[in-house]
Write a protein that binds this ligand. Sequence first.
Ligand SMILES: [Zn+2]
Length: 414
Amino acid sequence: MKTVLLLTLSAAALWAQDRPIVLKTSTLFDGKGKTLRNTIIVVEGGKIARVGGAAPANAITYDLSALTVSPGWIDTHSHVSYHFDNHDRFGARDEPQPQAILHMADNLVRTLDAGFTTIQSPGAAVDKDLRDLTARGILPGPRILTSLQPLTETSGDPAKLRELVRQRKEQGADLIKIFASKSIREGGAITMTQDQLDAACGEAKTLGLRTIVHAHSAESAKAATLAGCTSIEHGAFVTDEVFDLMAKRGTYYDPNIGVVLQNYLENKPKYFGVGNYNEEGFAYMEKGLAITLDTFKKALTHKDLKIIYGTDATAGAHGQNYREFIVRVHDGGQDPMAALISATSLSAQSLNLGNEIGSIVPGMQADIVGFDGNPLTDVTASGRAVFVMKGGKVYENEQPGSKVGYRPSSKGSR
Ligand SMILES: [Zn+2]
């Protein structure tokens, strides 16, 4: 009896997988700046087979014409393993491992449900397991790229840093994360020497790995840019001169202005007392809100600067990754289409995945999101992802009358 049931289920699964999927859309953003009207997306074998034309006869159809459809969004900087424990504390050392893992799974689901189909986590050792489990479809969650544990000025001299870069690659890292400045809670001054940065980013490049660099001060961002590193993270104090240099060198800028500091301040009691999460640190972060917004506005004036979409989401912020979009457009004055491109095709390009994800064109992974409302005309709609497909599989469909999902969901995460 059991065997029969299993066979029936797997046959049904195979049958469903073999059938093409048609997504009917009325407003479709391709992720590269184009808006398509009243068309269909045909998905086969987890990929986008074509856009437009007639629907195949045997297709499974999802009608998304009441929604606004875009490629799955990408968060280039999300610490998806960071969470609050059952006592609402961050970084508790006595937390039982099973509870920790479940909170991480919670974060993965929330992130995916919010329409983020790919994230880059910079980084923790556990990310590798989370990455591999989600890739196998065991855990629902976004595609994950991870640096594993980051490198800092205390990791060693240039020779040691090169060795560590090679070691990270062997351990399975997708990229290298480097800290070149202090935290914003400590003022953000440069910590690594030019020689250290040259060694780490140079070795990574030789191995075909990208490098993302935590750098708040202009000096640290400049040094990382000169070292040929791939992207500058945060960059709260970057100057026009350094933005010019980054634009010229093609260095990506990942500003993180709409989620991370807001989330720390909103959840102060849960962080307070851990490491540099003290009164001084929170005072810096309070001031940081206006500083990072101003720096972002400055960055926007550099037309050739490639501004990508990272949030630096930590505990409490997973599933709210869209708030970055709201702050960038509503408070920062970024053109909404430019912000959307940043969150899709441009971020994909920065991950060296421009030919895989981030746009709705034939051959790409079928990572597709439907919003209740149009984020370009109503920024709050970015927080209402109600249809989420990753790799051709529907993970969420909260439209009334649909079969997948439509459950009450609280958007706040631990
Ligand atoms: Zn971070």
